[in-house]
Design a protein around this ligand. Structure first.
Ligand code: PLP
Length: 411
């Protein structure tokens, strides 16, 4: 019994590290003083500071019929969207995967909806999920909302290589302790570090997960691919990691969280997908059953206009080709900015974490007041324990020299 207005399970909820709030502060500061550098935003901006809008998306949005715009979206997605997202995400691995796997697609409210649905349904309350020590902070909130905790493994070894050995130690210990492993990783283009794993890394991770599953311990891995289309590779090559999935033990459930916000710059529309893959017919039935239930129970269905537009791009070869060209141009913006950032970082001896693509560069720091120190010099970044996240996606080329020298001054 409690006499508190808030339910007992919600008493401890506090949004401490609110990335969106920091971003709003930065925006307000820049509105007052254009010299402020806002490197907080998880959106891709053009050089003029406006969001990178895809003309394919913009044109289609304006041409939607009333049903395509206003009707409820089908809970399981339109054929064009749900089949298209599989092609889009798995690329040239799709055929090989479909030969061995049962697959189900559930449209969700952004990648966030896919993350929260999966985390909620595939853990017992009170358990912990395993994530790297540098992570997108909402993971902790999504876990807390599902009555879960997070445990971490070291993302890097001493030479700043991805630390599979520490993953193995932590995963096996957690699985033995709680009789379940739920592993969540944002890859490629990790937020907040910029890390991209190789297919060989994924093979090693899957080998560890298979060893755990072989002990009849349920293993679920949630692969958050929010920034997959912004890796410094072609979209064909960025899908190569899925080849490693072929090694998965039949008892394992893999869930891919796809974000329409990032791939299509449709941030405000709230669309994404939860893609379940497993070699077990029984497991995919469970995935579909609990996933559909949670969609209906939590948000009913997703944005119809976004589903209509994305479905059209997925299913029309000419629209798709045009969109891919725009996506390549978006990557080029990031490519140019990262090249300039690296050039100045080298001159200033500013050490960054290895960057393979995406919106963010990670820089380790021991300065506990880094956020305040940078703000005093007119630079906004997102600060996390031991790390700052610099959104290369939201600064322009001219800002980079001062950004780098200010970062160097305070890290
Ligand atoms: N995962 C990561 C790592 C992200 O950075 C984001 C957005 O910032 C998401 C998932 C989900 O984004 P959305 O819910 O807008 O698709």
């Amino acid at each position: 019994m409690t006499n508190h207005i808030v339910g007992a399970h919600a008493l401890t909820k506090h949004m401490e590290s609110n990335i969106l709030k920091t971003s709003q502060e930065a925006k307000a500061a820049k509105a007052l003083d254009p010299a402020v550098i806002d490197a907080t935003v998880g959106m891709l901006n053009r050089e003029d500071g406006n969001m990178y809008k895809f003309s394919a998306v913009d044109t289609l949005l304006k041409e939607l019929s009333d049903p395509e715009m206003y009707f409820y979206a089908p809970v399981n997605g339109s054929k064009a969207f749900s089949e298209g997202v599989l092609d889009w995400v798995l690329g040239r691995n799709k055929e090989a995967i479909l030969k061995q796997f049962h697959v189900n697609v559930i449209p969700t409210t952004g990648g966030s909806g896919a993350l929260s649905n999966t985390i909620y349904n595939f853990n017992d309350f009170g358990q912990s999920i395993l994530i790297p020590n540098y992570f997108w902070t909402p993971y902790e909130n999504i876990a807390e909302e599902a009555n879960l905790k997070v445990e971490t493994f070291q993302m890097y070894d001493e030479e700043y290589r991805f630390n599979v050995a520490d993953f193995e130690i932590k995963a096996k210990a957690l699985a033995a302790r709680q009789g379940r492993l739920f592993f969540l990783l944002n890859d490629p283009c990790n937020n907040p570090t910029g890390l991209c794993l190789t297919t060989e890394h994924w093979r090693q991770l899957i080998k560890v997960m298979n060893e755990i599953a072989a002990q009849d311990i349920p293993v679920v891995f949630l692969h958050d691919i929010a920034y997959i289309d912004y890796q410094m590779k072609s979209e064909t090559e960025s899908r190569d990691v899925f080849n490693a999935y072929l090694d998965l033990d039949p008892r394992i459930l893999a869930v891919i969280a796809f974000s329409g916000s990032k791939t299509f710059s449709m941030y405000g529309f709230r669309i994404g997908a939860q893609i379940g893959l497993t070699k077990s017919a029984e497991v995919i039935d469970d995935f579909r059953r609990v996933g559909d239930y949670s969609v209906r129970a939590r948000f009913s269905s997703v944005s119809r206009p976004a589903m209509s537009v994305i479905g059209k791009i997925f299913s029309s070869p000419s629209l798709r080709a045009g969109f891919l060209a725009e996506l390549a141009a978006a990557r080029d913006i990031l490519k140019k900015r990262i090249a300039k950032f690296r050039q100045y970082a080298q001159t200033e001896h500013l050490q960054t974490l290895p960057y393979g693509g995406g919106f963010f560069i990670g820089i380790e720091t021991k300065n506990a007041h880094i956020f305040e120190d940078l703000v005093a010099d007119g630079v906004y970044v997102v600060a996390m324990p031991g790390l700052i996240r610099v959104a290369i996606s939201s600064v322009n080329m001219d800002e980079i020299p001062r950004l780098v020298s200010t970062l160097k001054k305070h890290v």
